[in-house]
Every structure is written in C-alpha cells, then in structure tokens.
Design a protein around this ligand. Sequence first.
Ligand code: HEM
Length: 222
Amino acid sequence: MSTFRRVFSSSVGTKLLIGLTGLAMFVYLILHLIGNALIFAGPDTFNHYSHALISNPLIIPIETGLLLIFLLHVYKTIVNYFSNQSARPTGYAEKKFAGHTSRKSVASSTMIFSGLVLLLFVVIHVKQFKYGAWYLTTTAPSVRDLARLEFEVFRQPLWVAFYALCTIVVGLHLRHGIASGFQSIGFDHPVYTRRLTVTGVVLAIIIGGGLAFIPVWVYFTQ
Ligand code: HEM
C-alpha cells in the first residue's frame, strides 16, 4: 500500500478526510443557500442566476468534484462508524454527560443517522430539481424556468413538510459537523472549544433555518 493510501486509511487520516470533505460541503451549502435565496428577488432574477450557473464551462468539473467529495464523505463516515463499533461492540452501560467541555449532544450521537437521511434526501432532491421538468421562460432570452418548477413543488404541502424536515436534519448534522470538522483538521484549542461549538450551532441554525424557510415562503406567498 502506498504511503498516501496508508495515511488516509488510518483512523487519524479517516477523520481528517471526513473533516475536510464535510467542511467543503458546508461551504457548498452556504453558497447554495445564498443562490437559492435569490428566489425572494423574483423568478426572473432566480432563473437568470440559475442560467448563469449552468452555462459556466467550469460547472461540469465543479459538479464532478462535488460528487466525489460527497461520495468520499459518505464512504469514510460509514467506514469510521463500523470501525468504532468493532472497537466497542458492547457500547456503554450508561451514557452520561461529561460536563461543559464535552461536545456530546443529540446531534453528535445521531450523525450517522442524520447523514443517511441526507443521503436519501440529496438523491430525491437532485432528481426533482436538477433533472426535473425543463420548463422554458416565455420572455426573451428564453432560459430554463427553474422558478416555475420550484413553485409547483412547494405549492404541495407534503413536499414543503418533506423539505422543511430534511433541512432541519441538515441543521442538526451541521450543528455537530462544523465544530467537529474544524477540530479534525487541527483548528482547535481548549481556549476556543466553546467558541467553536457556539459558532457551529449559530451557522447550523442559519443554514438549516434559511433552507427550511424557502419552501415555507413559497407555499405561503406564491
Ligand atoms: C429547501 C432548500 C433547498 C432548495 C430550495 C434547493 C434548490 C435547488 C435547486 C433549484 C437545484 C437545481 C440547480 C440547477 O440545476 O440549476 C438544486 C441542486 C442541488 N442541491 Fe439543492 N436546494 C435545497 C436544499 C439542499 C440541501 C439541504 C442540499 C444538501 C444537503 C442540497 C444539495 C443540492 C445538490 C447537491 C444539487 C445539485 C448541484 C449540481 O450538481 O449542480 N440542496 N437545489
């Protein structure tokens, strides 16, 4: 096995890869939230933003990179989960809160489950929007009318509930993931632990809450 593969297969290397890929997707989600918030500026602005995005020649390499990062994150978290399970097959007899320095929370204990929900969500979501109905705007220049598709989906209460629930799961996943990711790449110190945890929680609420707000806003206003 090459030195590179040995390092990234070790438990420290695995944590490092999970942290790096997780933080890359966190950056993607910030940009995704900003881009999607353009729907508040009206269908035209949103459609022209989406058109500019898909017409960019860099979109294919960026999407391929994003997919590889996503798959690596899923693969490494599953490997890490099973190696932790085999290291402690019987689990703890009693789970106790370790005090204010502990990062343990509902979010941290359920990362693998929230992650699996998000895996399913992303497959459904990408099929529904990226590969969904390709309406065209009637005004020149004619571009994809993604806003129309979004309004059609989010006028249906079940889809609104599905998206609101899944984006809350995104927030829960990020609530632990942001601080943990920074810790894994070495950006941690006892002095900053609390600050990092609080920043993670605040960003998780902004991203999860912001994304959840979009379908609810469309449902009530469009
Ligand atoms: C309710 C909140 C969300 C809305 C309104 C939304 C909207 C959209 C839209 C309209 C597209 C299609 C873009 C295009 O093809 O031009 C898209 C793509 C995508 N979304 Fe979302 N999204 C939301 C939440 C999320 C979340 C939480 C994730 C990840 C956990 C996510 C991941 C993706 C991915 C990976 C793509 C495909 C990107 C690409 O390959 O170009 N989205 N989203």
